[in-house]
Structures are given as C-alpha cells and as structure tokens.
Write a protein that binds this ligand. Structure first.
Ligand SMILES: CC(C)(COP(=O)(O)OP(=O)(O)OC[C@H]1O[C@@H](n2cnc3c(N)ncnc32)[C@H](O)[C@@H]1OP(=O)(O)O)[C@@H](O)C(=O)NCCC(=O)NCCS
Length: 190
C-alpha cells in the first residue's frame, strides 16, 4: 500500500470543500452542524487540519486539537462517500496517531451514539470507551469519548528524556516541553 500523503489544508477553497462535505454527511447532519461553524473550525489556527487529495479534490481529511486537557483529540475525520471502505479512514487515523504520539501519550476521539459503524472501526483500531457525554451535541443523542493510550504522562515524559530512545535533541526538547508543561501544571495545582 502507498504511504498516506496527508498534508495541511492549504487554501480557503479547500477549507470550504471540507465544510461542505461535513454538512452533507452523517453524523453532522443529525448534529445540526452549520456550514459557517464547520468553516470556522476548519480555518481556526488552533487546530491542525490535514487532507488527502485525488483528481476530484479532497478525498478525506482529519482535524486535530493538540491543546488542553484532551491534547491529541481527533476532532473530525471524514472520507468522501465514493472513497469510503477502501482503507483511507483507517489510514488517516493511523497517520494522525503517529503525529499525536510524538507529543502526547493519548489519542482521543468522540463518536456519536447513533454511529455504530464508526465506533466499530475505532474499536478495531484499539480505542476504548472512557466516557459518555450525555445529550452532548443534540439532546436526543450521546457522544462516547474513546481513547487509545501509550501510558501516563509521567511515563511518556520519562521515555522522551531517556537517552536510549531519544531522537535528535530538538525532538527531545519538543516532546519534553509538552510533558514538562503538564508536570508543572500538576505541581502548581497541588
Ligand atoms: C468513518 C470513516 C471516516 C471511515 O473511513 P473509511 O475510509 O470508510 O474507513 P476504512 O475503509 O478504513 O474502514 C471501513 C470501516 O469504516 C466504517 N465505516 C465505513 N463507512 C462508514 C460510514 N459511512 N459511516 C460510519 N462508519 C463507516 C465501518 O466500520 C467500516 O468497516 P466495514 O467495511 O467492515 O463495515 C468514513 O466512512 C466516513 O467519513 N464516514 C462518514 C462520517 C463519519 O461517520 N465520520 C466519523 C465521525 S466520528
């Protein structure tokens, strides 16, 4: 299989194409996502948005939130209907995991209670339910919070600073920086 060629969204047109895909696709129809809100998220510099393209435009895309308590949260993953069930969604998620696990020991994702097929996919990829957000997006449905983890922040920090596994110094400093901030937050909250 060819390696996945996912690169950042690179224009307002691409962001608009992704927003159009979302608002015409379940679960976002039921969740009442508007084009404006979708576009706002896809254009928000706090999130990282990556896409895979083909001759017809955006074939699939994924949006990551690398900040806050749930750093490493896959906010959105969507594959164009004619490209579904060919491995692209799994490929995008695995690709995102590689990126997230460089900076965090956790990958989080939510799935709507009425989307059992997506839930099955995530469970096959190793995600476990760790929470339930009742009546979260709309009053009629819940969101299940799932996680795939490589351990605690303390273990992650230790691995990142261990001479046996560290990469180049720049990489180590970057990883250690994220973990150090977490440890400092914990210390100051005691
Ligand atoms: C979910 C999704 C990202 C998976 O991408 P994909 O390229 O189709 O997935 P893969 O080919 O890697 O894996 C196939 C599995 O994805 C899931 N899946 C496929 N089509 C799906 C769809 N329309 N909706 C939900 N899950 C779907 C099924 O578990 C499927 O396994 P199966 O073929 O044994 O039924 C993609 O189907 C999609 O964008 N669906 C609509 C939007 C959505 O549900 N996004 C997830 C929100 S949490």
């Amino acid at each position: 299989m060819r390696p996945l060629d996912a690169t950042p969204l690179n224009s307002a047109e691409e962001a608009a194409a992704c927003a159009r895909m979302l608002v015409t696709t379940e679960p976002w129809i039921t969740l009442q996502l508007t084009f404006e809100r979708a576009l706002e998220r896809l254009s928000d510099a706090r999130y990282e948005s990556y896409a895979v393209r083909d001759d017809d435009g955006i074939a699939g895309f994924i949006v990551l939130d690398m900040h806050g308590l749930l750093a490493g949260y896959i906010q959105t993953v969507c594959v164009r209907p004619d490209q579904q069930r060919r491995g692209l969604g799994s490929g995008l998620i695995r690709w995102a995991e590689d990126r997230i696990f460089r900076d965090s020991p956790n990958v989080f994702i939510c799935v709507s209670s009425f989307n059992p097929r997506a839930r099955q996919l995530y469970e096959r990829l190793g995600y476990e339910q760790i929470g339930l957000l009742r009546a979260f997006g709309v009053a009629e449905h819940d969101e299940l919070l799932l996680r795939k983890t490589r351990g605690s922040w303390a273990e992650f920090r230790q691995r990142a600073s261990s001479p046996e596994v560290e990469g180049p110094v720049g990489r180590r400093l970057e990883v250690g920086g994220a973990a150090d901030r977490r440890i400092d937050e914990l210390r100051s909250s005691r």
